[in-house]
Design a binder for this molecule. Structure first.
Ligand SMILES: *[C@@H]1O[C@H](CO)[C@@H](O)[C@H](O)[C@H]1NC(C)=O
Ligand SMILES: *[C@@H]1O[C@H](CO)[C@@H](O)[C@H](O)[C@H]1NC(C)=O
Ligand SMILES: *[C@@H]1O[C@H](CO)[C@@H](O)[C@H](O)[C@H]1NC(C)=O
Ligand SMILES: *[C@@H]1O[C@H](CO)[C@@H](O)[C@H](O)[C@H]1NC(C)=O
Ligand SMILES: *[C@@H]1O[C@H](CO)[C@@H](O)[C@H](O)[C@H]1NC(C)=O
Length: 414
């Protein structure tokens, strides 16, 4: 029942943000199955659904898999982002471009990975009523053309199939291997030094570092999360318990904010095994996301990194798994949200996260200078507000009127 309610809540929230669902729109056409799958895997589907004026340039399976198969997910994400225009272009508008040519900004431009015009697409009316698409970077060819309109919801979303992928200079370059990412340094810089130190001293950082090649999400409690009367005395834990507690703060899945927002099932963690669940659940409310353990909850404070297939977040509180803390740990973390009738400000336990007031003093983090090469603008927005509220400000962008026109790039590229 609770699950159902949560589901309805999540659905209602999503619906409140925008009226379209790209997964649903493309789901009707098997021709776009691959493109659609990758939009979901990369979290871009959620991004599209929360934007209000958008055009998606879609590719059919043959055209898309020709590139997708050869590149890592992070590269495919960049490429897909270049096919998501932040403006509305349907069939009519495409064939009536003033002066026959125009540039459109794409989602790729917002990632911080694109310099100059690399994140824009050139749309040009060609002879014979054809419409060509190419990178806006100087010297690029217009070698992809309009095939057909897939869906038009003026002026919210347009989905258009195009003949082949749009390539921008450098877009297929692999990002630095995740082995070169220093997870410890990133967490330290973001105010999670204590947690980073614990991971290093338990050798867990090696486990995480090697998972980072495939899929990894870390929920790193910030230094404040280790303070306060409600925090259990970690020195009382056995080594095995401490290890489980730390492992409980990460999962071998790539969960960008959009995916966390839409996750309904319990999430397995590195501590999960056949004998013990060690699972987490997520709920969202407006812009903020909260993790629940069954014993306590913690809001996600900030995105430290989102670079497919790794995401790292900072948390306000330690996550206390019920497997270790349900019975009666020393400072008794309250069971579920039993709201204290007394407004005693001192006893802010981490479990009362649903309260709109920060559970701990706003963290003085100079805030994650976001090593995040992707989604820089959104993390900047998160940063600017994170002092007041501890929510992850997922979608400042949702409020922008942006049009996504999805162009299905169909024809054979090659
Ligand atoms: C979008 O549609 C897909 C497929 O129909 C569905 O699984 C998903 O839950 C929908 N997303 C939202 C936010 O409603
Ligand atoms: C179209 O071309 C004319 C003449 O070159 C120019 O003045 C005008 O600004 C152009 N319009 C657009 C929308 O680019
Ligand atoms: C788009 O590309 C064509 C061909 O390279 C070029 O002639 C045109 O000026 C470009 N359009 C814009 C708006 O830059
Ligand atoms: C576009 O979105 C607005 C706001 O969500 C909604 O009221 C309107 O009906 C949508 N238009 C179409 C054609 O779906
Ligand atoms: C990662 O960063 C930490 C802290 O800044 C440093 O101690 C460690 O040597 C670095 N590791 C590598 C492999 O560079």
């Amino acid at each position: 029942m609770a699950q159902l309610l949560r589901f309805l809540l999540v659905t209602a929230l999503a619906a409140a943000v925008s009226g379209h669902n790209i997964t649903d729109i493309l789901g009707g056409s098997p021709d776009y199955r691959e493109f659609n799958d990758f939009l979901s895997q990369t979290g871009l589907a959620d991004e599209i659904n929360t934007r209000q004026t958008i055009t998606v340039l879609v590719l059919n399976n043959a055209a898309f898999s020709a590139v997708a198969a050869k590149h890592p997910l992070s590269v495919v994400k960049n490429l897909l982002s270049l096919h998501i225009l932040l403006d509305y272009f349907d069939n009519t508008k495409l064939h009536q471009i003033t002066n026959g040519t125009t540039l459109s900004t794409t989602l790729y431009q917002t990632t911080g990975n694109a310099n100059g015009n690399v994140g824009s697409v050139n749309i040009t009316d060609l002879k014979g009523g054809k419409v060509g698409f190419g990178s806006a970077a100087p010297g690029s060819k217009l070698d992809s053309t309009y095939v057909k309109s897939v869906k038009q919801m003026p002026y919210n979303i347009s989905v258009v199939e195009i003949s082949g992928p749009i390539m921008a200079p450098g877009i297929l370059a692999a990002p630095p291997p995740s082995a070169d990412l220093n997870i410890t340094a990133l967490m330290e810089k973001a105010g999670c030094k204590r947690f980073a130190t614990l991971l290093a001293s338990n050798g867990l950082i090696k486990t995480f570092q090697s998972a980072a090649d495939k899929a990894l999400t870390i929920f790193a409690p910030n230094d404040e999360a280790f303070k306060g009367p409600a925090v259990p005395d970690l020195t009382k834990l056995t080594n095995a318990e401490l290890l489980s507690l730390l492992q409980y703060h990460a999962t071998a899945k790539y969960l960008p904010v959009g995916s966390l927002k839409t996750t309904k099932d319990p999430i397995n963690t590195f501590a999960s095994n056949a004998a013990s669940k060690f699972q987490l659940t997520v709920s969202s409310s407006g812009d903020s996301l909260t993790l629940h353990t069954g014993v306590d909850s913690s809001r996600l404070a900030n995105t430290i990194l989102d670079s497919t297939p790794i995401s790292i977040y900072s948390l306000d509180s330690l996550l206390l798994p019920s497997e270790l803390f349900a019975k009666s740990p020393s400072p008794a973390p309250a069971p579920e949200p039993v709201l204290p009738p007394s407004p005693s400000p001192a006893s802010t336990t981490p479990s009362q996260a649903p309260s709109p007031l920060p559970a701990s003093p706003p963290s003085p983090l100079p805030d994650a200078p976001s090593a995040s090469p992707s989604e820089a603008p959104s993390s900047a927005a998160e940063r600017s507000t994170s002092g007041k509220s501890h929510g992850v400000h997922v979608k400042p962008s949702a409020l922008l009127a942006l049009t996504v026109t999805a162009f299905v790039i169909s024809a054979t590229f090659l």
